[in-house]
Design a protein around this ligand. Structure first.
Ligand code: SF4
Length: 370
């Protein structure tokens, strides 16, 4: 297997023993002792026809996922010697993603828009993907920087307080998307990722808006990426079970943004159904079936410690013991938040303290990344 190795950077110091333990595979990729999961996936051969029915392809995907997870038990050094196949597990996942695009079910909105023929669902993204910016982000959590961050235009949520509304919401209906972002195909996206590696990134961080509407392009770009670099999913995680199956084995690190501790607040402020049910289900899967290397970002909202922060912390403590949390105090009333008096301010220091004390009481690890 031929791949690019990251330059070793002695300045990346991880001081916290527990962080090192919980993120050992991610750290191993940085140090060159582990292979990024997508590189391993390229060594899994697949035989299928484009005309195969979707049920058959989904069955094969499950089979290949099992094969992939068995391989993870092998010595990481032996995995480096495996042969890359032209038609592999990634090709299969991309093929299924493109079929899902004909009746889009990438996220739980399940708009069923035929994005291949130009229809658009809630996210207003057609079959093409658009990158609004890509750069080395130094403002992420200490273990993630410098992070090769790729911002996709568009989002499947409609948060009234969105702090990235210029790339998620504000352009909708007003601007032509090509005026505000660059259209990218799989080869171009891979080139952007490799350029970020050249600049010193220690992970490729897919964000937006949200990366979910762009699963087909992101998975497809993995065919052309060559570096042994951590693939990081930075998202609201409101995926369907089927679309999560397309990426769960390829992502090394998960950076989900968990906002609400119940369905009602999700509906009120982001306009989505069954928020808590979907988000808990998906977090459990990435924890138990995926890499399990997770940093959950929770933005503490004013007047929402009892209904949102505490139920989230309860779930994390009980069901996601390997996860680390960033309990964030950066909420500020942006976009349309002024229309909701209860969230039209920043959280108080008492509210932040209440959330963080509660996390401490439950034994959640948050300090090294908050
Ligand atoms: S990604 Fe979600 S919001 Fe966008 S079209 Fe597909 S199902 Fe709809």
């Amino acid at each position: 297997m031929v791949f690019r190795i990251l330059r070793s950077d002695a300045s990346i110091v991880w001081k916290d023993e527990e962080i090192l333990k919980r993120y050992s595979k991610y750290r191993g990729i940085i140090d060159g002792t582990h292979l990024a999961r997508y590189l391993i996936a390229k060594s899994i051969k697949c035989n299928f026809k484009l005309s195969d029915p979707i049920e058959k392809l989904e069955g094969l995907l499950k089979e290949k996922s099992n094969e992939f997870n068995e391989l993870l038990n092998e010595d990481p050094l032996d995995l480096k010697n495996r042969v890359v196949h032209e038609i592999n597990y990634i090709t299969l996942a991309e093929t299924i993603a493109i079929k899902y695009l004909m009746k889009c079910i990438f996220c739980e909105r399940q708009c069923e828009a035929n994005r291949i023929s130009g229809e658009k669902g809630f996210c207003l993204i057609s079959k093409d993907s658009f990158v609004s910016s890509a750069f080395l982000h130094m403002g992420e959590e200490p273990v993630l920087i410098p992070s090769g961050t790729i911002f996709f235009q568009g989002c499947n949520f409609g948060c009234v307080f969105c702090q990235n509304y210029d790339i998620s919401q504000a352009w909708k209906g007003r601007k032509d998307i090509e005026d505000v972002a660059q259209k990218v195909n799989t080869i171009q996206l891979a080139a952007i990722a490799e350029k970020l590696v050249d600049k010193g990134a220690i992970n490729i961080n897919y964000v937006g808006g949200d990366p979910i509407p762009n699963i087909h392009t992101i998975v497809g770009s993995l065919k052309f990426q060559k570096s042994n670099i951590c693939q990081l999913w930075n998202s609201n995680l409101y995926l369907t079970e089927k679309s999560l199956s397309l990426i769960i084995d390829f992502m090394d690190f998960w950076l989900p943004d968990w906002k609400y501790g119940n369905n009602k607040c999700g509906k009120k402020y982001s306009g989505i159904d069954n928020y808590f049910d979907v988000i808990t289900r998906n977090h459990k899967r990435i924890h138990d079936e995926g890499s399990g290397e997770i940093c959950i970002r929770h933005l503490v909202m004013p007047n929402h410690v009892e209904c949102c922060s505490k139920p989230i912390l309860d779930f994390v403590a009980k069901e996601l013991p390997k996860a680390v949390m960033n309990i964030m105090g950066q909420f500020r009333p942006e976009f349309h938040a002024f229309e909701y008096s209860e969230i039209n301010r920043r959280p108080t220091s008492q509210e932040m303290q209440e959330a963080r004390n509660y996390a401490d009481k439950l034994g959640i690890l948050w300090r090294p990344v908050s």
